[in-house]
Design a protein around this ligand. Structure first.
Ligand SMILES: [Zn+2]
Length: 496
């Protein structure tokens, strides 16, 4: 006989004494399930037909394998195995649920005296929350009192803000300083085509207040910096990290740790996402996971690498879920766990995260007591500051246009990816993606001037620095990239 665990799904938990896991003993999957039905007889009719056969809409997994592809009921189990019951769910609330719940639990519960009752409109608006015993009037009042700060109103912040506003979170703070760009609309569902060109935060405030006039939306149209972060974070209960760059990510983590606030982390890359809750009071922080950022040129941004539009929708919605659970104080927060999502295989995986006993920020031996210079820490230039490692020679689009029309046109190198080349490229340019440049330097000439370009000038600047380090002397980076060229020289060229 092996000792195993059966995971009980939410719809069946009320028939298993509210438990999500039940420890059972048996030698096969079928034996374990029959033992479960013996321990919790109310489950029997949900799992077995009257003639004792396992119902065909109940799918069983042994660890991560569907037992239908193993030996079904007869699949042997060993100590420590996990059997999951995966039922078919139609979606929505079962009709019987509220009355059954209210019969079991007292209808009224003590509330805080200063909290005014909900008016009839609020009762209707939040009725599907009020029906949930895990939320109810008490939980809905917690949401109304809560303040959540979203760092970034982009791909992750957009769905998170929408769901938090819909849920009735009392105050949403938004930090962002971008304007809505047409290329944002593929994933940033807060904005519409009419918003293109507007500051994101005014468009976001309008949309969120239209969704739920009961929510206060505070907007901070500024860059998050070491100078303003602590002051911005202080009034908020939960911080949501929806940033797209490492300096702001470390800054968000550090300010959250220093103020003792939970930081709901989300990140996305092409088809993959990550979610966790960093709360140094109860678990690890972002620095425990990643003590140091990757080199700035190793990880391309979404603007460079692309991202499946629906992916931030999923990850941002998971972040909103965690924020709501933290506010309600219900369920099991994603503290100490890193959830990985792969949209291509449609797979979630979970890794255990441990607190780093030598974390410079959140361990007992912490050496960092305040905020630092994050752009320098991450090796990226601050806005308007000279790049780390000195500037590289640059050329303006107008200057390049002149040179290309002259007797000795420069040798043009496009350091973007082939997908970007397919969108737009300059005539007579040579495509060598930045990642391949080091191996393909022999395709370059030292006899002529080299001009490198990318989308907006960042990658070509890094590539230019690399070529200078390799001994090339006559090399320049096109300032503003091909997008600046399209804006100022050739309006027929698409910008992206
Ligand atoms: Zn830490």
């Amino acid at each position: 006989m092996a000792k195993a665990t059966i995971k009980v799904p939410t719809p069946l938990r009320s028939f298993a004494g509210g438990q999500s896991e039940v420890a059972v003993e048996g030698s096969t999957v079928g034996g374990l399930i029959r033992q479960l039905a013996e321990v919790h007889p109310a489950l029997r009719r949900h799992l077995f037909s009257p003639d004792g056969q396992l119902r065909n809409f109940v799918t069983l997994y042994l660890n991560d394998e569907d037992v239908r592809y193993l030996q079904r009921d007869a699949t042997p189990v060993k100590d420590g195995d996990v059997v999951s019951i995966v039922p078919a769910i139609a979606g929505g609330l079962p009709e019987s649920s509220p009355s059954r719940r209210s019969a079991r639990k007292p209808a009224t519960r003590p509330t805080e005296p200063e909290s005014p009752p909900f008016d009839t409109e609020e009762l209707r608006r939040y009725s599907r929350h009020l029906l949930l015993p895990e939320v109810g009037v008490v939980g809905q009042k917690k949401l109304r009192r809560a303040k959540v700060l979203l760092i970034g109103a982009g791909g992750l912040g957009a769905p998170a803000a929408l769901y938090l506003a819909a849920a009735g979170v009392g105050e949403l703070g938004l930090v962002d300083f971008d304007a809505v760009d047409l290329s944002n609309l593929q994933r940033q569902v807060l904005y519409t085509t009419r918003d293109v060109g507007r500051p994101k935060l005014s468009a976001a405030k309008e949309r969120l207040e239209a969704l739920n006039p009961g929510v206060r939306v505070a907007t901070y149209e500024e860059r998050l910096t070491s100078d303003n972060a602590l002051e911005l974070f202080r009034p908020y209960d939960v911080i949501i990290d929806g940033t797209d760059n490492f300096p702001t990510r470390y800054l968000t983590n550090d300010a959250s740790v220093l103020l003792g606030k939970p930081n709901v982390y989300g990140s996305i890359y092409r088809f993959e996402g990550q979610v966790s809750v960093f709360d140094a009071r109860h678990g690890p922080c972002y620095r425990c996971l990643y003590p140091e950022p990757p080199p700035p040129d190793l990880v391309p941004s979404c603007a460079e690498a692309g991202v499946l539009g629906v992916l931030p929708g999923l990850i941002g919605t998971l972040q909103a879920t965690e924020a709501i659970k933290l506010i309600l104080g219900t369920g099991e927060p994603l503290i100490g766990r890193l959830l990985l999502f792969d949209a291509l295989s449609l797979r979630f995986r979970e890794l255990k995260l441990k607190k780093n006993p030598r974390c410079v920020l959140c361990s007992p031996h912490a050496t960092q007591k305040g905020l630092i210079d994050y752009p320098a820490f991450c090796g990226v230039p601050a806005a308007g500051a000279a790049p780390v490692g000195g500037t590289v020679p640059e050329i303006e689009p107008e200057e390049l246009a002149q040179e290309l029309a002259g007797d000795e046109p420069p040798f043009l190198v496009d350091v973007r990816e082939p997908e970007e080349w397919a969108i737009s490229h300059l005539a007579r340019a040579h495509l060598i993606p930045r990642g391949e440049l080091a191996e393909r330097v022999d395709e370059l000439t030292r006899a002529r001037e080299l001009v490198l370009y990318c989308r907006s000038g960042t990658r070509s600047e890094q590539a230019t620095r690399m070529l200078l380090d390799l001994g090339f002397s006559n090399v320049k980076s096109l300032r503003g990239g091909i997008n600046a060229w399209a804006e100022r020289i050739d309006p027929n060229l698409p910008r992206y």
